[in-house]
Design a protein around this ligand. Structure first.
Ligand code: ZN
Ligand code: ZN
Length: 70
């Protein structure tokens, strides 16, 4: 388990340009493969399927974060 904040750039659908995305701490046990990314500019959350992340095409999907009750 690491506390390192991961970051990368994606084409943000809201900013309509490449923006820096950071990965919030994952509480879902995804670990390195966590698909959750958030734009540091507008906060848009992207769900990035890691099986596509290494390919030429990165499939992104806008997700709406619902408050989660544990
Ligand atoms: Zn953005
Ligand atoms: Zn996760």
């Amino acid at each position: 388990m690491t506390d390192t904040t991961r970051e990368t750039t994606y084409q943000c659908p809201t900013c309509r340009r490449l923006e820096l995305f950071v990965q919030p701490q994952c509480d879902d046990g995804h670990g390195e493969a966590c698909p959750d990314w958030a734009c540091v500019i507008c906060g848009t959350a992207l769900f990035v399927d890691s099986t596509f992340a290494d390919g030429e095409q990165v499939e992104v999907e806008k997700v709406r974060r619902a408050p989660r009750v544990a």
